[in-house]
Design a protein around this ligand. Structure first.
Ligand code: NAD
Ligand code: ZN
Length: 358
């Protein structure tokens, strides 16, 4: 088992991330006895898959809050229900929330815990690849609101994160592959050799041992970025590559009958924003081709169906990354390097959307 320590100097906070296979017993490394109550937040799917496996490691009785699966649940309605149940369970400020699930549970459970009684401690146990490599790391919590992704939320760090790659075995191919959207993004923005490693095989071909390396490699990349800029004033914007257009496509697809998964939307977003990088002469065409081939080899989409340009533009303008009406993009300048704070004309966004339209 590997232990990666995250140090957030501005919050005077430091916490461990444990990574390995079959490490659920690592939960005993946290001082669970010091809490008045432990509440597990999870979804209906994980409840059936894992809850029984992890419960024996808890030193005391736990309460559970079970919410529906999927992105649509990441809403204020669910938050109201979680707050209601936290109150009903009798939580006080010494209670601990443990979020077990994918990025939706981590983001939403983290937000509910961060706001209840001005903030309870919470522990993240991510169970999808995407949640292990990305969403559980760095303390961004939140929900979607009025059709805008992650519009409401807070930055608050967990007391720890446990990434057990053995739990990824039960993921469907589509959800495992989706996680590679963020994994490949980490390589593309920060580390060419990691990019080469994670694109050397198809997602399903990585062994458990290799997956541990994939997960810890991504965490190391995100750790360096987050430790320098926890509240996304500058450097943390690096991780937004692919997300400005990606989030717009994801939100619109949720309103349609065939929702894209987050990592899939980010994959298409990376190609669109990679195209903008080429149009602005900061990325070579051949690098964009390498990234496109890598995403396609992993089984990720690089084209989107039925793009409504006007609606995508509206979503982009309501994105959190817009300031005084201007949307700033993170663009690639090579595989392993990128630049934040890039202004992009509407014309170039339109060209990029035409490029990814199937
Ligand atoms: N906070 C951040 O920094 C950050 C970063 C990236 C993504 N995100 C957010 O993460 C969310 C996407 O997360 P996700 O991709 O994990 O989706 P998800 O949370 O919706 O999980 C996908 C599905 O997988 C199921 N599942 C979870 N673990 C499983 C397992 N081990 N075996 C079988 N099934 C399992 C879940 O029940 C769910 O149905 C998005 O809302 C996105 O905005 C947040
Ligand atoms: Zn993402």
């Amino acid at each position: 088992m590997r232990k990666i320590q995250i140090n957030i100097a501005s919050d005077k906070k430091s916490y461990p991330i444990f990574v390995g296979s079959g490490i659920l017993d690592a939960i005993t490394k946290f001082d669970l006895y010091s809490y008045s109550k432990i509440v597990v937040i999870t979804d209906t799917h994980i409840e059936n898959l894992f809850l029984k496996k992890i419960v024996p490691y808890f030193p005391q009785n736990i309460s559970t809050i079970i919410i529906p699966c999927g992105e649509r649940a990441k809403s204020i309605t669910c938050i109201l229900e979680i707050w209601r149940q936290l109150l009903e369970i009798g939580c006080d400020r010494k209670s601990l929330v443990i979020n077990i699930g994918g990025g939706v549970i981590g983001d939403m459970g983290g937000f509910a815990a961060s706001t209840f009684m001005r903030g309870l401690d919470f522990l993240q146990i991510p169970t999808t690849l995407l949640a292990q490599v990305d969403s559980s790391i760095g303390g961004k919590t939140g929900i979607n609101f009025l059709g805008v992704k992650n519009l409401i939320g807070v930055f608050r760090q967990p007391i720890g994160v446990m990434c057990d790659v053995s739990v990824l075995e039960s993921l469907s191919d589509r959800i495992l592959t989706e996680g590679f959207g963020e994994v490949i993004k980490h390589g593309a923005i920060a580390d060419r050799s990691y990019f080469n490693f994670v694109t050397s095989k198809k997602p399903k071909e990585f062994s458990q041992k290799e997956l541990s390396k994939v997960v810890s490699g991504s965490i190391e990349i995100k750790k360096c970025i987050v430790e320098e800029d926890v509240t996304e004033k500058d450097r943390r914007r690096l991780v937004n590559f692919g997300h400005t257009i990606g989030h717009a496509l994801e939100s619109l697809s949720l309103e349609s009958g065939s929702p894209l998964l987050h990592g899939e939307a980010v994959s298409i977003g990376m190609i669109a924003e990679g195209k903008i990088s080429v149009l602005k002469n900061i990325l070579k065409q051949e690098d964009l081709e390498t990234i496109t081939k890598a995403l396609e080899h992993a089984g990720l989409p690089t084209k989107a169906q039925n793009i409504d340009h006007k609606k995508v533009m509206e979503k982009i303008k309501s994105d959190k990354k817009s300031e005084r009406g201007i949307v700033y993009f993170t663009l690639l300048s090579g595989i392993g390097t990128c630049q934040t704070g890039q202004e992009v004309s509407d014309q170039n966004i339109k060209k990029a959307l035409e490029f990814v339209a199937s």
